[in-house]
Ligand binder design. Structure first.
Ligand SMILES: Nc1nc2c(c(=O)[nH]1)N[C@H]1C(S)=C(S)[C@@H](COP(=O)(O)O)O[C@H]1N2
Ligand SMILES: [Mo]
Length: 370
């Protein structure tokens, strides 16, 4: 359905007051969605149940649709041959597998000050999966893109209201689409779990999560840029409610450290014993390979290069890195910083935007050695 304006339409997203703690509204989101337990970065491919999850509305009941064979993907608009594809037809098309690191554009939001009120991620909204599916280009070629089509609009089966606008979750991509954009029906070798978009999702390697439309059921080719809520209102880098902002697209570089040692249950502070500690983690960027990971054990006064694994066969997946540190009794702050081949790196002080998007402030891990 088309987006419908309701009461409160146009309300800007809220920013917490100075000193305002996490509220019930943010807790309700945090209790539904979940991050990657950072220790799971030990796996190159994240087991599906440990991959982060972000769902704006409710998980739609696509399981029943598939079981009753009523589920279809429709492809229509400015093209020659409209298509209605069942899951069996999609699965029968030649498929490719891409290892893709996906990150929510709001990752890091809860650490911003003032805090944009939304899903309160710290740093854990990331995961890497092997996505198998049909290149979107294959399906578009079959449909025959019209000369006047400028964008493809992707609609999910989920429905909700956001800042006064009732909507299906919907996003667009400009045409022609990259060759690696997939209509994925398989995650890590199995059907997509319900929370990750069963039975079909878009995968847009290198882009932040919002572009990877889950529960995909409709693709429309349009002759004018899509101005829907998730495109033109949400997911913009804005300084003020009036600022039109730039669109959120590719993933800014980030390195994360698997917190060393063991945690204190409540504070989550890491505890290590004196002696050599091998630090490991992952680093990624949507702008090309990460070419450098640096590590600091003194809160950023001194930096040393970590050993970084090259990108290898998986150009859209995170890269492993490690560094050796000798822990001495006392309190320490460990930092890591990634730089990619485009020269983008991670800031030590965070530039701010109202949505809390693209926040790639260096991770800071307090460690007590005793
Ligand atoms: N249909 C639909 N697709 C969606 C969303 C959604 O709420 N509905 N959330 C988006 C956002 S904001 C993110 S970060 C990713 C999360 O994907 P994951 O839950 O599989 O990690 O899905 C994206 N695709
Ligand atoms: Mo997201």
């Amino acid at each position: 359905m088309q987006e419908r304006s309701r009461d409160g339409v146009g309300a800007p997203s809220r920013v917490a007051a100075a000193g305002e703690g996490i509220g019930q509204d943010e807790l309700a989101l945090a209790a539904r969605n979940h991050g990657l337990p950072l220790e799971a970065m030990r796996y190159e491919v994240t087991p599906a149940g440990l991959h982060y999850v972000l769902v704006h509305y409710d998980i739609p009941d696509t399981l029943t649709e598939v079981e009753s064979d009523t589920w279809r993907l429709t492809v229509h608009g400015h093209l020659r041959i409209p298509l209605r594809l069942g899951l069996r037809e999609l699965r029968a098309l030649p498929a490719v597998t891409r290892r893709v690191t996906m990150e929510c554009a709001g990752n890091g939001r809860a650490r911003l000050s003032p805090r944009p009120v939304s899903q309160p991620w710290l740093v854990e909204a990331v995961g890497t999966a092997d996505w198998t599916g049909v290149p979107l280009r294959t399906v578009l070629a079959e449909a025959g893109v019209a000369a006047d089509a400028v964008e493809a609009v992707f609609t999910g089966a989920d429905h909700g209201v956001e800042r006064g606008v009732e909507q299906d979750y919907r996003r667009s991509l400009p045409l022609p689409v990259d060759a690696d954009v997939l209509l994925a029906h398989t995650m890590n070798g199995g059907p997509l779990p319900p929370q990750h978009g069963y039975p079909l999702r878009l995968v847009v390697p290198g882009w932040y999560g919002m572009a990877h439309v889950k529960w995909l059921r409709d693709i429309e080719l349009v002759d004018a840029p899509f101005r829907g809520f998730q495109q033109a209102v949400a997911y913009r880098y804005r300084q003020s409610p009036e600022d039109p902002g730039d669109p959120v697209t590719r993933i800014a570089p980030r390195a994360l450290l698997i917190p060393p040692g063991f945690p204190d249950f409540m504070s989550r502070t890491r505890v290590v014993h004196p002696g050599p500690v091998r630090l490991r983690g992952r680093a990624w960027s949507g702008y090309g390979a990460v070419v450098r990971v640096e590590f600091s054990s003194d809160g950023g006064r001194g930096w040393a290069d970590a050993e970084l694994r090259p990108r290898g066969a998986h150009p859209y997946a995170w890269q492993g890195w490690h560094a050796d540190w000798t822990a001495t009794p006392g309190s320490h702050t460990l930092l890591v910083r990634a730089t990619d081949g485009s020269g983008r790196t991670q800031p030590l002080e965070q530039p701010w935007n109202r949505g809390g998007f693209g926040n790639n402030l260096v991770q800071s891990v307090p460690v007590v050695c005793c």
